[in-house]
Design a protein around this ligand. Sequence first.
Ligand SMILES: NC(=O)c1ccc[n+]([C@@H]2O[C@H](COP(=O)([O-])OP(=O)(O)OC[C@H]3O[C@@H](n4cnc5c(N)ncnc54)[C@H](O)[C@@H]3O)[C@@H](O)[C@H]2O)c1
Length: 405
Amino acid sequence: MKRIVIVGASHRCLTMFVRGLKDMRGKTLEFVGIYDPNKTRCKVFRDEVGDSLVIYPDFDTMMKEASPDGVIVASTDNTHARYVIGALDYGVDVYCEKPLTNTYEDCLAIREAEKRSGKTVHVTFNCRFMPYFAKIKELLRSGIIGKVHAVNYEYMLNRWHGGDYMKRWHGMMEVSRGMLLHKSTHHFDVANWLLDDEPVSVSAMGTRSFYGNPERCFGYRCSTCERSAECESYKSQSAPMDKALYFDAEHEDGYIRDRCAHRPESDIYDNMAVTVTYKGGTLLTYTLNLFSMKEGYNLTITGEDGMLICNNFGKGFEDKGEYEIILMTKENEVQRITFPIAEGAHGGGDIKLREMMFGAECDDPLGQSADSFAGVVSAMIGIGANESIKTGKHYDLASAIDTLR
Ligand SMILES: NC(=O)c1ccc[n+]([C@@H]2O[C@H](COP(=O)([O-])OP(=O)(O)OC[C@H]3O[C@@H](n4cnc5c(N)ncnc54)[C@H](O)[C@@H]3O)[C@@H](O)[C@H]2O)c1
């Protein structure tokens, strides 16, 4: 049975791993330790797992005393590298939440640590496991649209979801490095994986268009806001998990989960446009905004012999009750490829990702498992894009990625 320890008593870790792996607990794996500076949040995990989950005062004590076989790193993004490298140096495999990390220096340090340890880093790119993207991958692999020349990927978050990032650490550039790392790491990885190619150069623009508007900042935090009914980003504190993990734990570290989405302190871009060129010649144009009326994406992949049109806006918007990918190999001839909507979080991706990471060994014909190289390549697109926004110049990804092999 694998002994697993946790770094980061986060909402994600509780739902994705502790609850998500419930059926495997006690059979193929057991959670034996947790470290997070906030002990109130750690206790929520112990209540869930039982007394066998030891709450450790620091990471090194945990690594020495728990003798784990694997470490799940699910803390804030800016802290991943320290624990990934630490775990590797203790000779232990790592399961790291995305983004693997968010600076070039950390990318380099992780790759070097992995080489010297001989252990493995797995990155939780769950989009690869969504049946929808798996189907696109299969179609591209079949060669039905020929060599891909252009990928147009527009991603829209609604004001509840987009606003949610503005309320806490994600909204601080210093911690998350913005959405081109925190969120787009999924999308850049999907593009890299679908194309089976490496990016060469990136240029980007970013603005803060919607959030931070003093006229929309109605109060300090949602839970005490008197104008919550008027706000599209309002977050209720009624969910028991939110109460236990955040509201009851804030006395320890002052982490307030429901600051106003328009608070003046958050400083990340909420409106971004990115262009990436690939070795094979493909051009990716990508946009992300955090303030749309409807959440979803438009993804169009244009090849030499056809195109795939993949629009996903979910309920209330052309709700077809099933997934649909449009394939065109001749002008005005539409083939609709439909298949059932998957159960579970993140479009069914989380279930399959957990099976691949912690289940019985199985084949991976589509190459859905993501290693540290995939993690750093995706992160580098975001890092390069941020740099390009600052300098107004293209960022040379090929040279940076060559140092990370
Ligand atoms: N794969 C996905 O689809 C997905 C979805 C959501 C979140 N995530 C990732 O999961 C991670 C957690 O996100 P969340 O929103 O659930 O976070 P959260 O805000 O619920 O928790 C973050 C935790 O990190 C802890 N922390 C802060 N500094 C730390 C340090 N120095 N050492 C150890 N722990 C520290 C905090 O105390 C807190 O418990 C992030 O990396 C995020 O990007 C991934």
